[in-house]
Ligand binder design. Sequence first.
Ligand SMILES: [Zn+2]
Length: 51
Amino acid sequence: MSEYVAYCVKCKQKREMKNVQVTTNEKGRRQAKGTCPQCGTKMNLFLKSDK
Ligand SMILES: [Zn+2]
């Protein structure tokens, strides 16, 4: 399973995000944004840092 699994508030289930875009904020925190493969709701996930 990919690391881009987030909770979809609409499906009320964990889903693997589609169209994932990873961004890093000013604090160096990595965040993944994507959409739910089932309903298309936008999803958001904070990732563990690599270091
Ligand atoms: Zn969904």
